[in-house]
Design a protein around this ligand. Structure first.
Ligand code: DSN
Length: 427
């Protein structure tokens, strides 16, 4: 290995001399992250090691193809990075095969359609308003425009997946692919049920694990890998890696999915991001990461319970994962108002439709909160009680105006909390 580490790519001093505008944005974004509470369930704070790999010269390399089978010369070093990432990914998830090239969760999902479906064929997936995802057949996405999407939802009473409806729809429509997973599902999914149903109707079983794959990596919840034909995921949520995607699958489907990622859906892979994924998979295999994943869930449970005590009702009664979805109708606030009031007080969260929501999606009756970031900062369950108090005060009594007395008071308390639990602590 070269010992010359004087230049590996990330030279902030050079950037700030050449381009103070963008250097300023990088610094002020760091200030923003450090200065508030980050409760977006799909975000996290990746390590300096991951960020170093991202800011490297591997970004320069064209490497279309796969390790040992590239369409360009000069791939010896990036081949090593991808091979290491593949080995770590398959080991982390006990998978038969991995593909670490998808640029995002949406790209990984495209590969599933590419591998298994022809335009016009049927997919059965969770509806977006009930917690699914745009790429699961929404009319505004390629998936709903080019494929026949049939959607299941949640039961009105339990607010959990309506498994009877899933069964009835699968038997009626005989889909080519059945998908489980989404972006606002607080509860564990019964993967064995979906496997058996897919076998009964002759469908491929796809799990979109983008949200919860980090909890699987940390062995904090059951894995979909033994049940699914293919599991797609993002690498930047609970998993805490670079902003990107990946998939794991059975050996039977490896060739079809590899061809669907490249050359069907993507061109040149982003080798710097693949190297960063390799670093992240190594991090996820440590006992520290397993403890983190367990704490993420404990924190999410506490946050959901404490918000419920303020009348901000958790749908399904709570959570088994890193996120909870809350119905604000009992406190007479919309999701959109809650989002701006929280933001004015230094708390970043998102409005979210709740199942059977009477509001339009851009207003919504709910909020979604998640604990990946605050757990990375070292906070525990007692801090979640405090955060619930702060959210409730900002949302119920606060205002969109950052100058409002309640916004200022909550922001001061947020500031005190994040000073004790800093993001990206200084050495
Ligand atoms: N946008 C992501 C989320 O926030 O859940 C899903 O793609």
């Amino acid at each position: 290995m070269s010992t010359d580490q004087t230049f590996y790519g990330s030279d902030f001093g050079a950037l700030s001399s050449f381009d103070p505008d963008i250097a300023g944005v990088l610094l002020s974004e760091l200030d923003r992250i450090r200065g508030g509470l980050q409760l977006i369930a799909s975000e996290n704070m990746s390590s300096p090691e991951v960020l170093t790999a991202l800011g490297s010269t591997l970004s320069n390399k064209y490497a279309e193809g796969y390790p040992g089978r590239r369409y360009y010369g000069g791939c010896s070093e990036v081949d090593k990075a991808e091979q290491i990432a593949l080995e770590r990914c398959t080991a982390l998830f006990d998978a038969e095969h991995a593909n670490v090239q998808p640029h995002s969760g949406a790209s990984a999902n495209q590969a599933v359609y590419g591998a298994f479906m022809k335009p016009g064929e049927t997919i059965l997936a969770m509806s977006l308003p009930h917690g699914g995802h745009l790429t699961h057949g929404s009319k505004v996405s390629f998936s709903g425009k080019w494929f026949n999407a049939v959607h299941y939802g949640v039961d009105k009473e339990t607010e959990n997946i309506d498994y009877d409806q899933v069964t009835a729809l699968a038997r009626e429509h005989r889909p080519k692919v059945i998908c489980a997973g989404g972006s606002a599902i607080p509860r564990l999914i019964d993967f064995e049920f979906f496997r058996n149903l897919a076998d009964e109707v002759g469908a491929i079983f796809w799990v979109d694990a983008a949200h919860f794959i980090g909890l699987v990596a940390g062995r904090a919840i059951p894995s979909p890998v033994p049940w699914a034909d293919v599991v797609t995921f993002t690498t930047h949520k609970v998993l805490r890696g670079p902003r990107s995607g990946a998939l794991v699958c059975t050996a039977e489907h490896a060739a079809a999915l590899d061809k669907a990622v490249f050359p069907m859906m993507q061109g040149g892979p982003q080798m710097h991001t693949i190297a960063a994924k390799a670093v992240n998979f190594k991090e996820c295999a440590t006992p520290e990461y397993a403890a983190y994943a367990t704490q993420v869930i404990a924190n999410a449970r506490q946050l959901a319970t404490s918000l419920g005590e303020h009348g901000i009702r958790p749908t399904t009664g709570g959570t088994d994962t890193h996120l909870s979805l809350h119905d604000l109708q009992g406190v007479g606030v919309t999701g959109a108002d809650a989002e701006v009031r929280a933001d004015a007080a230094g708390i970043v969260l998102n409005k979210n439709a709740i199942p059977f929501d009477p509001q339009k999606p851009n207003v919504a009756s709910g909020i979604r909160v998640g604990t990946p970031c605050v757990t990375t900062q070292g906070m525990g369950t007692s801090e979640m009680v405090t955060i619930a108090d702060l959210i409730a005060t900002a949302v119920i009594k606060g205002d969109a105006d950052p100058g409002h007395a309640v916004s200022q008071q909550v922001r001061a308390e947020v500031s005190e909390l994040v000073t004790r639990f800093p993001a990206y602590p200084r050495p």
